[in-house]
Design a protein around this ligand. Structure first.
Ligand SMILES: Nc1ncnc2c1ncn2[C@@H]1O[C@H](COP(=O)(O)OP(=O)(O)OP(=O)(O)O)[C@@H](O)[C@H]1O
Ligand SMILES: [Mg+2]
Length: 496
């Protein structure tokens, strides 16, 4: 046994209401290494991390921290042992300030009163380390998701943890923020900290990872030195088979013009956007974070007010004041922030999936639970949502499976135009292909599909045409087959 290990988990098991989430799993962490924990959505990664950080209690197995066996941990006792976790779903109090969040329950006080000035000063130190230009007094709710994620990271760093768990820290970050985060990770490594790193963005692993452990369906598969393996092997271990093509692109003949947007502007930074979308066409919106892609989508579907512009559907001018109007016209928007916009976390899977389509499953105002179940089961199977049943609360699904529900609930409808915003964020490699297959299905039906994505391989792999945005404007309209990553990046940084 290596007594120098920071963490050693042996045969750890955990079930939820009789359903196994982890079965005799092994994991260990050395000082000064980044150890990636990989697996498909629902494989048990977050569950194992919650056991190590005292959020869940294990059913069986041994856990050693710094070489010593530990019993059941609580979040506080784990913190005292030097374990810090950055949770997959943001865990901040949105009404509190950045500094108050960082020092929540550990307020820097003198005589029982929080010393705001000193607290802000200390918080600033961590914000600076991540090159995060925000005032420690800003309420967290005023920050975009990526900045909130960085605050969550600052909070963990400020606890001077030796064992740092990052559960999908980069899924909402900009490229620059990812660079800053990785610099911090390298610094922590040099100080002898151990980092457990969970991510579905496999391309980024090579930048920081030393070892990988792979879980599949709650089972331990294997641990590999990153230098001795490759992505093909890792993916094969994750999914238990060789994957077919990563981007299953199909071609269908382009139909009639379905959507035309003319000179659209919005107070949220959309500037004079015009474009057309055809039946059976997939148009990707590329650009850097903050380029105005989501804002354009939101202005089209009435989620934000537009300040100018016209929208034509099948040649007819339409007025969309809110999402409800958009749905009525057959334009659906699948948002990026699942917790805020996309899901009722306290409702079940089947309720969430059928929510936008209640009129399709009810007669005379009464919901047919038979129909609800039938639709929900079908969607669960199509999207391979991993859950013991459709009656499960969405809050209990793994992060990636929640995202599938967000996508799934709109696919029951008859649509003319579907707009996806970062449809595969946080989704594992195999499930991404399923989402692409669904997008293809829409395409085959002659629906016009738009998607906003920050992943260029996906943009290039799945779209017919690419609209590049920068600073609220469309800077290029490119045929996908005639362009490449460099050209897209050039237009993405072309401030007009
Ligand atoms: N509190 C809970 N109650 C019931 N089931 C749960 C609970 N937490 C997790 N599960 C189930 O345990 C399994 C493993 O979930 P976990 O969140 O660990 O997956 P994951 O590997 O982190 O996936 P993802 O990549 O999607 O985040 C899933 O089937 C999930 O539905
Ligand atoms: Mg998870």
């Amino acid at each position: 046994m290596d007594s120098g290990l920071l963490v050693r988990a042996e045969e750890v098991s955990k079930s939820f209401s009789g359903v196994s989430a982890l079965n005799k799993v092994h994991f260990d962490l050395r000082p000064g290494e980044v150890h990636a924990l990989l697996g498909e959505n629902g494989a048990g990664k977050s569950t194992l991390m919650k056991i190590i950080s005292g959020v869940y209690v294990r059913d069986a197995g041994e856990l050693y921290i710094n070489g010593k066996p530990v019993g059941d941990l609580t979040p506080l006792s784990a913190q005292r042992l030097g374990i810090g976790i950055i949770h997959q779903e943001l865990n901040l109090c949105s009404h509190l300030s950045v500094a108050e969040n960082i020092y929540l329950n550990r307020e820097i006080a003198a005589f029982g009163i929080t010393d705001r000035k000193r607290q802000n000063g200390k918080a600033k130190k961590y914000l600076d380390a991540l090159e995060l230009d925000v005032d420690p007094d800003t309420p967290v709710r005023e920050l975009p998701v990526s900045k909130q994620q960085m605050v969550e990271i600052c909070k963990t760093l400020s606890m001077s943890a030796k064992i740092i768990i990052m559960d999908e820290p980069t899924s909402a970050l900009t490229d620059k923020e990812i660079d800053d985060l990785f610099n911090v990770v390298r610094m922590l490594k040099a100080e002898g900290c151990g980092i457990i790193y969970i991510s579905h963005r496999l391309e980024e692993l090579s930048r920081i990872v030393d070892r990988v452990t792979i879980l599949r369906d709650g089972q331990y598969i294997k641990t590999l030195n990153f230098a001795d393996t490759n992505l093909e092997e890792i993916i094969a271990c994750m999914v238990g088979r060789n994957l077919s093509e990563k981007f299953p692109k199909i071609t269908v003949p382009r139909g009639e013009k379905v959507l035309e947007v003319k000179n659209l502007s919005s107070p949220h930074g959309v500037k004079d956007v015009s474009f057309e979308l055809y039946q059976g066409e997939i148009v990707a919106f590329a650009g850097l974070m903050g380029a105005g892609r989501s804002e354009t989508a939101r202005a089209i579907v009435g989620a934000d007010d537009a300040s100018a512009g016209e929208v034509f559907l099948e040649g007819r001018k339409i007025t969309i004041k809110n999402i409800r109007n958009a749905i009525k016209e057959g334009i659906y928007y699948i948002p990026e922030d699942r917790k805020k916009d996309g899901l009722c976390i306290k409702m079940t899977l089947s309720e969430n999936i059928t929510l936008p389509s209640l009129e399709l499953i009810s007669s005379l105002g009464v919901i047919s639970s038979g129909k609800e179940m039938e639709k929900a089961v079908k969607m669960k199977d199509t999207l391979r949502i991993k859950t013991p049943g459709i009656g499960q609360y969405v809050a209990n699904l793994s992060g990636g499976n929640q995202q599938k529900v967000v996508v799934g609930k709109w696919l029951m409808r008859d649509a003319k135009v579907v707009i996806f915003d970062e449809p595969t964020r946080g989704i594992d490699v195999a499930s991404k292909i399923e989402i692409y297959t669904i997008i293809n299905e829409l395409k085959k039906q002659g629906i016009g599909v738009m998607f906003v994505s920050s992943e260029l391989p996906e943009v290039l792999g799945m779209s017919d045409r690419i609209l590049v945005m920068c600073n609220g404007r469309i800077t290029a309209s490119l045929e996908t087959k005639n362009t490449n990553q460099e050209e897209i990046l050039k237009y993405a940084t072309q401030y007009a």
